[in-house]
Design a protein around this ligand. Sequence first.
Ligand code: AMP
Ligand code: MG
Length: 321
Amino acid sequence: MAEILPVGEAMERALALLEGGDVVAIPTETVYGLAGDATNGVGVARIFEAKGRPRFNPLIAHVADLAMAERIAIFDPMSKRLAEMFWPGPLTLVLPQQAGNGIHPLVTAGLDTIALRMPRGFGGELIARLGRPLAAPSANSSGKISATTAQAVAADLGARIRLVVDGGATPVGLESTIVKVEGNIVRLLRPGGIAAADIETAVGTKLLRGAISGIEAPGMLASHYAPGASVRLNAQKVAEGEALLAFGGDRAEGWQAAVALRNLSASGDLREAASNLFAHLQELDRSGAATIAVEPIPVDGLGEAINDRLIRAAAPRDKLD
Ligand code: AMP
Ligand code: MG
C-alpha cells in the first residue's frame, strides 16, 4: 500500500523515488498528479502502467521556472507573455520542442511539440530540487475522475504506487486550461482552471476553440506521430526490404534479411518496450524501409497501449485521429 506523507515530510522520499525511476502522486493546484521524471522512459512508462491507460496520449511536462521551460521548448512572444502572466498556475502551453532537450519521447507520444506548465507549491519545489521536469497526468486510474485529495488517490492507486504526498484538498479542483499559440491566433485546446475570458483579456483577442481537425474532443490532439513507412503487425516472417520491430527473445522467420532491426525489449519487459516504442519506430522509419514488420506483442498491462499505438501506425492515414 502507498505511504501517505504530508508535504512537510515528503520531499526526500519523493526525490529518492523519482531518482530511482519510480512514480509519486503529488498535490498541485489543479488536481493530484501522478508524476515521473520526464527524462526517464521507464519512469514515464510506469505512469501509464499505474493508471492502466489503454493509450499513449501525450502528457503535460511540469517545470520549476521559466528558465527550465525555455530549455525544453521554443517560446513565441505571445506564449512567453502568457507564461509570465499565469505561471505558476493552471495554464498549459503547447509549444515546439527545443532539439536535444532530454525529454523522453513517451512524454510527448513522439510529437515535436510539448505541453508545459509550471505548478504552484510542492510540485514546483520538487521539480526545482530534482532539477528535471516531471511528466504528470491526473493521479487516477484510467476512466475514473480526477482525484482532489490524497485519500482519493490512495483509495484508487494505493496498491500500485509507493507514495502519495498529502497537500490537502487541491484549491482549483479542475484540470489546467490548455492553449496553443499559432501565429497571431490563440487556440483553446481544453477548457480548465483558468477561465478563457481571463486569457482573452490578457492577449487582447478571442480564443479559437477546439483542435484543428474539428472532430476531436477538447484537449485531444489534432495529429499524432505517424511513421512514413507502412506498418505490418503480428509479423511471423520478414519480407524482402522490410525493417523489423522485434519483441522478446524469439525472432520472426527471415529476420536476418531485415534492412534494420530494433528490439523493444529482448527480455520481453513491457515497461522497457513502452519506453523504447517511439524512438525505435522513428529509427526504423529513418532506415528508409517501405514497411516496418512488427513481431507480436502481448496485450496485457502496458501491452494494450503499445498495441493501440501500433494499430494506429498501421491504419490507413486518413483513419488516424
Ligand atoms: P492530462 O495529462 O491527462 O491532463 O492530459 C493532457 C492533455 O494535454 C491531453 O488532453 C493531451 O491531448 C494534451 N496535450 C499534451 N501534449 C500535447 C501536445 N503536444 N499537443 C496538443 N495537446 C497536447
Ligand atoms: Mg485525467
